[in-house]
Design a protein around this ligand. Sequence first.
Ligand code: ATP
Ligand code: MG
Length: 251
Amino acid sequence: MTESIVTMKQIHYAYEYKEVLTNINFEIPRGAFMGLVGPNGGGKTTLIRLILGLQKPDHGSISLFDKSIDKFKEWNQIGFVSQKSNTFNKGFPATVFEVVSMGLTAKVGYLKFLTKHHKEKISQAIDQVGMSEYAHQNIGNLSGGQQQRVFIARSLVNNPKLLILDEPTVGVDNDNVQRFYKLLHQLNNKQNITLLLVTHDTGIITEHATDIVCLNRTLHFHGDPKEYTSLTNRDLSQIYGHAVSIVSHDH
Ligand SMILES: Nc1ncnc2c1ncn2[C@@H]1O[C@H](COP(=O)(O)OP(=O)(O)OP(=O)(O)O)[C@@H](O)[C@H]1O
Ligand SMILES: [Mg+2]
């Protein structure tokens, strides 16, 4: 039987009186690379906050790793790279190594208490995202795409089984976006990390994801990426509320 990493049943959620999620039902099976797309304000970040237990649904149930979210305690199995993590200013006084160590220091205390084993884990995570040569550089001096790799490394130090990324490629140039998707592909395929990725880049995500979910308050589509790309412009503009089409990217 395929284990379900996330299950949402009949989820409703409102900020004060404005319902932003209506009757959401979906499942992320183990091993999936799920692309979550939809217009601005469609409720994608809210949906993620519900999965992370940061907000509670008004109605419906959420299970993580086949366990009700109320009983779920293994939060280190879930890594998260937020929509706003890309905000280190130039000169921010921390190296790549230190930023990645923050993924662990939440558990083990200050940096000076890190054991050799912890330091190895940190170096390994930095290596996994291809940033070893920058390990002792200041995070603020790296490009947006490099910083995003570092944030992924920070969530990899805990060996997550599910990695959630909210628009990680905003501000990253086209070449680096392609490299970034390759990295995600490796994490998904070689390390069996289940992925949930929010993006507006429907051209690229449909080339990499195993499933696409399209959210605009309610789920408008859930299925195969090929099926999503074959939606007509008319279908899409109904979902998005304005004219839209899927743009393919050159490789
Ligand atoms: N803290 C909040 N209080 C009140 N309303 C909120 C709050 N956060 C989000 N909303 C509203 O909920 C709706 C969904 O927002 P959400 O951030 O989940 O959308 P999104 O799909 O992530 O959008 P984007 O693509 O722009 O990131 C929007 O209408 C937004 O204005
Ligand atoms: Mg958002």
